[in-house]
Design a protein around this ligand. Structure first.
Ligand SMILES: Cc1cc2nc3c(=O)[nH]c(=O)nc-3n(C[C@H](O)[C@H](O)[C@H](O)COP(=O)(O)O)c2cc1C
Length: 260
């Protein structure tokens, strides 16, 4: 699928075909996409644990549910638990030197092994590592990039996917997660039981209220010709509500024995 269509078609899918497993190679592809995302200092900021719904006891499955995440956990056959690694800056000395060695970071910008040791380590990486709130924010951003690529890869593979919160304390116990990993979010993966448009693109805040040009508060004004072209390419799609959406939801609820 073209990139713009992948972006345009991504929706949080909340009904999955519970009986249809996801091919292991597709799960691997999702993880491969995450691994290739841009990462500060080229370090390893994210981890994922792939969990198959049917390998969990009913008790554990129930314990992971929280008010925002209920029946999805019974429906999606694969759950990817995403974590951030706050120890990532400590790898930076090595990973930056690797980038110097392959010519990605080069002398035009001042890079060398000694620049990493004498400047970047004491002036950039150590201060980040010593500042818990900056470190947490950076870890969230870095892992978020990987998770975003994982979501888009799942859409590209024809799968339904969504991010959900779960009872992370329980997940830590069940999965034996080490302390240095920060629980972030769970990505559900499966074949969608909803139409892939899932009732249309979701409403968002107006473009000009989100993005500015030159100064904060000066809206980046949308060129309608660009909007039209993105519509043609499938990135901007029809926004909900769709006329038939509530009927679709009722039919799905009946099919899966869920509240209407
Ligand atoms: C970090 C994160 C956590 C989320 N947690 C939940 C959740 O617990 N339950 C849920 O139904 N959706 C959850 N979502 C999905 C959002 O509700 C969804 O992205 C939003 O409704 C916009 O819809 P869209 O993803 O279909 O564009 C989460 C999304 C993100 C990015």
């Amino acid at each position: 699928m073209e990139f713009k269509q992948v972006v345009g078609l991504r929706r949080s899918i909340r009904y999955y075909q519970p009986y249809r497993p996801v091919e292991r190679e597709k799960i691997q592809t999702i993880l491969e996409a995450a691994r290739l995302c841009s990462q500060a200092v080229n370090s390893a900021w994210s981890r994922a644990i792939v969990v198959y719904r049917d390998d969990l006891s009913e008790e554990d499955r129930e314990a992971l549910k929280i008010p925002t995440t209920t029946a999805q956990l019974d429906m999606a056959p694969v759950w990817i638990f995403w974590y951030g690694d706050m120890s990532a800056p400590s790898l930076g000395k090595r990973t930056l030197k690797e980038l110097v060695d392959i010519g990605a970071l080069n002398p035009s910008h001042g890079w060398s092994h000694s620049y990493v040791d004498d400047v970047i380590w004491p002036q950039v990486l150590q201060p980040i590592a010593a500042n818990p709130s900056a470190l947490l924010a950076l870890t969230g951003v870095e892992a978020g990039l990987a998770i975003c690529q994982a979501l888009l890869a799942a859409v590209d593979l024809g799968l339904g996917t969504q991010l959900v919160a779960v009872n992370q304390a329980r997940a830590t116990e069940i999965l034996g997660v080490p302390e240095h990993l920060v629980p972030l979010v769970v990505q559900l993966v499966g074949y969608s039981a909803e139409d892939r448009e899932a009732g249309g693109q979701r409403p968002r805040q107006p473009f000009e209220e989100l993005y500015f040009e030159g100064h904060y508060g000066t809206p980046f004004e949308r060129d309608e010709a660009v909007v039209d072209s993105l519509k043609k390419d499938g990135m901007i799609m029809k926004q909900g509500p769709f006329k038939w959406r509530h009927d679709e939801v009722r039919a799905l609820a009946r099919q899966f024995g869920l509240p209407e």
